[in-house]
Design a protein around this ligand. Structure first.
Ligand SMILES: NC(=O)c1ccc[n+]([C@@H]2O[C@H](COP(=O)([O-])OP(=O)(O)OC[C@H]3O[C@@H](n4cnc5c(N)ncnc54)[C@H](OP(=O)(O)O)[C@@H]3O)[C@@H](O)[C@H]2O)c1
Length: 302
């Protein structure tokens, strides 16, 4: 297949494009950077300006079989000032609008749009088990996900639209895990707040497998919870890291200090509880390589 990946130069995009290339697909990345027309990894690269409009990069959409949308300003890279909130929101909505507009103007539009979203769609939900049918949350990131998904759904008349509500993706070198491991490496790791909040997570290899499965299986349509079937409480997450790394895990990070330092960002990313169940994936028969946390962490940290 010919697959175009917007925001494909990042953490998830690089892993996905490597897997798709290895499977014999032709991959074009849309990037805001200039760079060579062909990356060292075998991908083709087109520069784009994802401001909601369509540019000459649209030739990478016309005639492609599938479009994957991963573009967006990083959520955890800095404090949520007003300007950063706007960038987090608008970068996703406008990039998606650009892609969907390019699809609509194509002579041969792609028949699949796989668009990223996040578990943050559901917000802080305590003990509730969240399937794709569950109502959205009401905080800032939930609103970002709602607006981002509704832009992607504009492509519905043209394509099979899949909204990948991704959990915390675990990898040794990139994403949130390396930062979470640091206190454990320094013998000061532990639960966050009271540790009762649920964390939905997914091994990077499963995330790539889920994305490839969603591209290839026509039964996969609409929202998809892309997280392992067994989310864990934060205290269990910390204890599992401690066990796997053979480090202590009894130094809690108090919630008042996190709230004071990070404001709403602490609530949304660290203290909130999201117990997501990948109902659609289980119904359609996706087989997780890592349904349980401990083997996933042992694989990642071995
Ligand atoms: N990683 C996770 O655990 C996780 C969990 C849930 C959801 N997600 C979502 O999945 C998507 C991909 O995640 P990731 O971890 O691969 O993110 P990432 O490493 O930050 O990559 C995102 C890519 O988006 C592009 N980008 C950055 N700022 C942008 C802007 N202002 N406007 C347009 N494009 C911009 C960049 O590509 P160029 O610089 O080449 O343009 C970047 O490589 C993101 O939207 C993220 O919110 C990720």
């Amino acid at each position: 297949m010919r697959i175009t990946i917007a925001g494909g130069s990042g953490f998830l995009g690089r892993a996905l494009s490597a897997a798709l290339l290895a499977d014999g697909h032709r991959i074009t990345l849309l990037t805001r950077g200039a760079g060579a027309a062909r990356g060292a990894d075998g991908t083709e690269r087109r520069s784009w300006n994802p401001d909601g409009s369509v540019g000459d990069w649209a030739t990478a959409i016309d005639g492609a079989d599938a479009v994957v949308n991963l573009a967006g300003e990083s959520i955890g890279a800095g404090l949520w000032t007003t300007a950063r909130r706007r960038a987090i929101h608008d970068s996703r909505v406008l990039a998606t609008r650009s892609l969907v507009s390019a699809m609509a103007k194509s002579a041969r539009p792609p028949s699949i749009l796989l668009s990223a979203s996040g578990q943050n769609y559901y917000g802080d939900r305590g003990e509730e088990e969240l399937t794709e049918e569950s109502a959205p949350g009401s905080d800032f990131l939930a609103q970002v996900c709602l607006d981002w998904e509704s832009e992607a759904l504009q492509a519905t008349p043209l394509a099979r639209v899949v909204l990948l509500r991704t959990a915390l993706v675990l990898d040794r070198n990139e994403g949130a895990l390396p930062r979470m491991l640091l206190p454990f490496r320094l013998f000061g790791g532990g639960r966050i707040g009271n540790g009762r909040q649920f964390m939905s997570w997914v091994h990077l290899r499963d995330w790539v497998g889920i994305a490839a499965f969603a591209i290839s299986d026509p039964r996969v349509v609409g929202p998809v919870n892309a997280g392992a079937p067994r989310p864990v409480r934060n205290a269990e997450f910390a204890a599992t890291i401690g066990r796997v790394m053979r480090r202590p895990s009894w130094f809690p990070a108090p919630s008042f200090a996190l709230r004071a330092a990070m404001g709403e960002m602490a609530e949304a990313l660290l203290l909130g509880s999201t117990k997501m169940r990948p109902a659609r994936l289980l119904e359609t028969g996706y087989r997780f390589d890592f349904p349980d946390l401990e083997p996933a962490l042992r694989d990642i940290l071995s």
